[in-house]
Design a protein around this ligand. Structure first.
Ligand SMILES: NC(=O)c1ccc[n+]([C@@H]2O[C@H](COP(=O)([O-])OP(=O)(O)OC[C@H]3O[C@@H](n4cnc5c(N)ncnc54)[C@H](OP(=O)(O)O)[C@@H]3O)[C@@H](O)[C@H]2O)c1
Length: 347
């Protein structure tokens, strides 16, 4: 009887403790529905599950993926959601960077079916805190600021795999980076220059070509001008390796510009379906057209080591306070940036 009595009061106590337990909150940029502005608001702080940790985010960065999601142009949409694949911050007082790539699986050549990227389906880094698997957290490269480190993960990883694992870039290769204003493209440009390749770029804006030349590119052409392919053919000849995220009708130009035995690595479809691809050129020139997506954990580690070895710094176009996230999204949507758009989080 006594036992029953005490457990009754014990349970009451537990219930009241539970009821008054303070739910902690954090600020986050929340996407409530597609085609809506993001809302900077209080949400419940996530609780790490087993094998997860809660990182205090200090800086996060945008990728075009985030823009596609706000437009409803990405598979597996879920609302409300906190976007953001890129982040750097603090874990147990130590500066860390997050690998946004999960469930790659055992085959380094391609990802598992349940592969996922931080920021959809799981809530991402545009928040004061994020839950991530413990093994996705790496020490921040020491020479980088929090903002520079946040700019690196998704785009750096994608560029690294596209250029090295898939494109097999070598010293003195003639490399063309198509649309160098893109976040991934600019890392591919920087990595290829560091490798000792002869790097050329295209862009829709002369100012971006000039900035790429300042970084070490040998030249460039504006892909909106009618004779840009002929300009390259006349002045450079062709390319051993071409890195592209546009696809679309312009892809055939890249096939024209590839050297015999050339490789074209494609990691995006910004301009949609590839039309008018001439198969004769593909087989006659013995071309390899290679798809590439994100990268495995080993490539993430290799990418960090590469950045460390060459003391490379991501190019940052602009840093915004997280409250002004919508302005950053607008800038990326218009393609105005050269380098990464970073959100600073003061928590
Ligand atoms: N497969 C993957 O793992 C993976 C990973 C990351 C990104 N992506 C995809 O890759 C694409 C780029 O992503 P991001 O985050 O780097 O985007 P971003 O920073 O917004 O860059 C987009 C860039 O694409 C270039 N572009 C637009 N139209 C072009 C055309 N007709 N020809 C050549 N270049 C053109 C523009 O370069 P200029 O400004 O120089 O004109 C623009 O700045 C997106 O479609 C994204 O979804 C895929």
């Amino acid at each position: 009887m006594f036992l029953h009595f005490s457990s009754y009061f014990g349970n009451l106590f537990k219930i009241s403790l539970f009821r008054f337990e303070k739910i902690s909150h954090m600020k986050a940029l929340v996407l409530k529905e597609k085609h809506q502005a993001l809302e900077y608001k209080d949400v419940e702080t996530p609780s790490p599950k087993e094998e997860e940790v809660l990182v205090d985010i200090k800086a996060a960065a945008l990728n075009h993926r985030d823009v596609w999601i706000t437009k409803g142009l990405y598979p597996g949409l879920k609302f409300p959601c906190i976007l953001g694949s890129d982040g750097a911050g603090l874990l147990d007082g130590k500066a860390v960077i997050i690998n946004p790539s999960s469930n790659w699986g055992n085959n380094p050549s391609f990802q598992n079916k349940d592969y996922k990227i931080l920021g959809l389906p799981d809530d991402g880094t545009f928040a004061e805190k994020v839950c991530v698997p413990r093994n996705k957290v790496y020490p921040k490269p020491e020479h980088l600021s929090m903002e520079e480190a946040a700019a690196l993960p998704l785009a750096g990883l994608t560029a690294y795999r596209a250029l090295f694992s898939r494109g097999k870039v070598k010293q003195k290769d003639k490399v063309l980076i198509n649309g160098v204003g893109g976040g991934v493209a600019l890392f591919a440009c920087q990595f290829a220059i560091a490798t000792g390749a002869d790097v050329y770029v295209t862009s829709s804006q002369a100012s971006k070509i000039e900035k790429a030349i300042e970084l070490g590119a040998k030249g460039g052409a504006n892909y909106t001008s009618p004779d840009w392919v002929e300009q390259f053919q006349k002045n450079i000849g062709g390319f051993d390796l071409i890195i592209d995220s546009a696809g679309g009708g312009g892809f055939n130009n890249l096939v024209k510009l590839a050297n015999f035995g050339g490789r074209i690595v494609l990691y995006g479809a910004t301009r949609g379906i590839i039309t008018e691809l001439n198969p004769r050129i593909v087989f006659w020139k013995q071309l390899s057209i290679l798809g590439s997506t994100m990268g495995n954990d080993e490539e993430f580690k290799d990418m960090l080591d590469f950045v460390d070895l060459y003391q490379m710094r991501p190019v940052i176009d602009e840093i915004f306070d997280i409250q002004d996230g919508n302005v950053a999204f607008e800038k990326m949507d218009k393609g105005l940036q050269f380098g990464k758009l970073v959100l600073r989080i003061d928590n």
